[in-house]
Design a protein around this ligand. Structure first.
Ligand code: ADP
Ligand code: MG
Length: 580
């Protein structure tokens, strides 16, 4: 639906006024639409492209050097009137004649046709290009009778480039028809669009279905089929347009295609990219090369949920014009920078060479992996609880973050140890993986903690209980340094600092590692619970700080739970670490 409007009947004209106000360097309002705000050379044909409103960026968004000279803009989904087309054409024309370009719909054919008559009567040469790319709207042998959808972009881009390159009216007309004849589109919709001010969508698609062969004026598809995965949708669209792929041996087409994957209004860019990933893969598998693909919203239909795929089968001429520079508010291409050599090096996590390690350090590394597995099991056991705590004033992802982070750390540590890594290297790999898998604030902090702990060890010497205490301290110091939290900010630090104090005190007094970790974990638990009585001053939850009152800080709590589990595991192990 449309949330922002002044009066439904004026929606299109208000939008056009605002658009022109936003792009004064490109367009000027003319009667019935917009024209370029900069003068064009005398004798240059004027490409006047238009149709109903509700399709932005089509058509007004494409006025500027390298594309349209003017755009008459009708009401929502209805053709501009003949007088609008005439007026915009008169404003845009500069002695080179006019090409009227529009999608092939009855209303547009009549209004643009009538305007053409009038212009011709005044001695202005006019040519008409009806874009007809939609394969769902007619048989292949009647391509020029089909209706026009997102192929508008391709045809007008190419025609505009030809004109910019110096084509006269005959030549520009020839190139435009050639582009139209080489362009195929196919779309699907998941839900219809709603006219501004209306309550109800123009059509609905039943849940779990999609309408294949949609139009861009709220016409429903030609049939409904079950909605599959993004890959299924990609395959459906691609199979459709490639059914009419020309022979690669004649006519200059060699498998190179320009492409538009077009969102109709409410399909997210991310969704389009998910689909495009598959399209690109499939085109490559068929030996096609995609040239300058456009993935985004180009020819919309208000808030229609749907997408369409357009391909243009390129020969050298069409490719040159498809790639040529254009500068319009909604579509820009710059002259391509000289290409460098293709990149040959990419860093792949976990594939750095593992430094050689002594047997003693490898044994320590194994124990560290065991400890990481203890943390992993504790985090997954408490995942839901951590999540609930974080949902009170944060974003609810702390359980998932800790579960993913510990799982990644344990797996990466085990993988490194399996390749002969020593204690230091295992912790460095584990720290990277924790930060990467967990994401979020706590993931970054725990990742840094493991990395700092790794710095206490090396890959040669044996390690003893004192090293473990030093490593835990180094980890906590890193969290404090990196996070910058102070006691009372209601973060992990509120549990980690008391833990650190008790750990050092107990270990200095007793030399008993397991006992010291257990005592420190108990102190951490108590301190974590005490954070319930303070409000958050740092991290995501500070925004809703007051709301956090009465609930312990999730990161402080999870720290205590993990250290509890570590203490218990050390206690039950016969020999937590080789004595030095
Ligand atoms: P995110 O806040 O990115 O969603 P998580 O939900 O996984 O990350 O972790 C939230 C926890 O991170 C908080 O409960 C808090 O303990 C901890 N935290 C946030 N900011 C800091 C900081 N600057 N220093 C220490 N801990 C912090
Ligand atoms: Mg969170």
């Amino acid at each position: 639906m449309t949330y922002l409007l002044n009066a439904p009947a004026d929606f299109a004209s208000h939008a056009l006024h605002g658009y022109a106000a936003a792009h004064p360097g490109h367009v000027t309002l003319a009667h019935g639409g917009v024209v370029r705000s900069t003068a064009t050379p005398v004798g240059q044909p004027a490409l006047v492209i238009g149709g109903g409103s509700g399709h932005y960026p089509a058509f007004a968004g494409w006025v500027g050097p390298g594309m349209g000279h003017g755009a008459p803009c009708g009401n929502i989904f209805s053709s501009p009137s003949a007088s609008q087309v005439y007026s915009v054409s008169r404003s845009a024309e500069n002695g080179g004649g006019v090409i009227l370009g529009f999608g092939n719909y009855a209303g547009d054919v009549l209004h643009f046709g009538q305007a053409a008559e009038k212009l011709r009567a005044e001695g202005i040469d006019v040519r008409i290009i009806r874009v007809s790319d939609d394969i769902a709207s007619g048989p292949a042998d009647q391509h020029r009778n089909r209706r026009g959808i997102a192929g508008d972009l391709v045809v007008f881009k190419i025609a505009g480039a030809a004109i910019e390159a110096g084509a006269d009216l005959d030549e520009a007309e020839r190139v435009a028809w050639k582009a139209n004849d080489a362009t195929r589109s196919f779309g699907v919709a998941f839900e219809g669009c709603t006219l501004p001010g209306a309550e109800e969508a123009l059509f609905h698609v039943p849940d779990g279905q999609m309408a294949v062969g949609l139009g861009i004026h709220g016409e429903p598809g030609i049939r409904e089929v079950p909605l599959g995965t993004a890959a299924d949708v990609a395959d459906l669209l691609l199979d459709g347009v490639l059914e009419e792929e020309p022979d690669r041996t004649d006519g200059g087409y060699r498998g190179r295609v320009g492409l538009v994957l077009n969102g109709l209004g409410t399909v997210k860019y991310e969704e389009l990219f998910v689909v495009y990933g598959r399209v690109a893969e499939q085109l490559a598998a068929r030996g096609c090369t995609v040239v300058a693909p456009e993935v985004g919203e180009h020819v919309t239909s208000l808030d229609m949920a749907g997408l369409s795929l357009t391909v243009v089968f390129l020969d050298d001429e069409l490719e040159e014009y498809w790639l040529a520079p254009a500068d319009t508010p909604a579509f820009r291409r710059t002259a391509s920078a000289p290409a460098g050599e293709p990149r040959t090096t990419l860093h792949v996590p976990g594939e750095d060479p593992i430094p050689e390690a002594s047997e003693q350090s490898q044994r320590t590394a194994q124990r560290i992996v065991g400890a990481l597995e203890v943390l992993r099991d504790a985090a997954s056991e408490h995942e839901a609880e951590f999540g609930r705590l974080d949902a009170v004033a944060g974003d609810g992802d702390h359980g998932q973050g800790m579960a993913f982070g510990t799982r990644g750390a344990a797996a990466a540590g085990a993988a490194a140890a399996g390749k002969g890594a020593g204690a230091r290297t295992v912790l460095l790999h584990a720290g990277d993986a924790w930060a990467e898998e967990a994401g979020g604030t706590s993931g970054a902090l725990w990742g840094a903690a493991l990395t700092a702990a790794g710095g206490v060890f090396d890959d040669d010497n044996a390690a003893g209980p004192r090293d473990v205490v030093d490593a835990l301290m180094a980890g906590i110091d890193a969290v404090a340094r990196l996070g910058g939290a102070r006691p009372g900010d209601k973060t992990m630090i509120d549990a980690a600092l008391p833990f650190r104090d008790v750990l050092v005190r107990e270990f200095d007094a007793t030399g008993d590692l397991a006992g010291s970790v257990q005592a420190a974990a108990a102190a951490a638990r108590e301190a974590a619970e005490a954070t319930a009585s303070i409000t958050s001053r740092l991290g995501r939850s500070r925004i809703l700080g007051e709301k956090s009152l009465g609930t312990p800080d999730p990161g402080a709590y999870s720290f205590a739970v993990l250290m509890d589990a570590l203490g218990a595991a050390l206690r039950s192990a016969a020999d937590p670490l080789d004595a030095p």
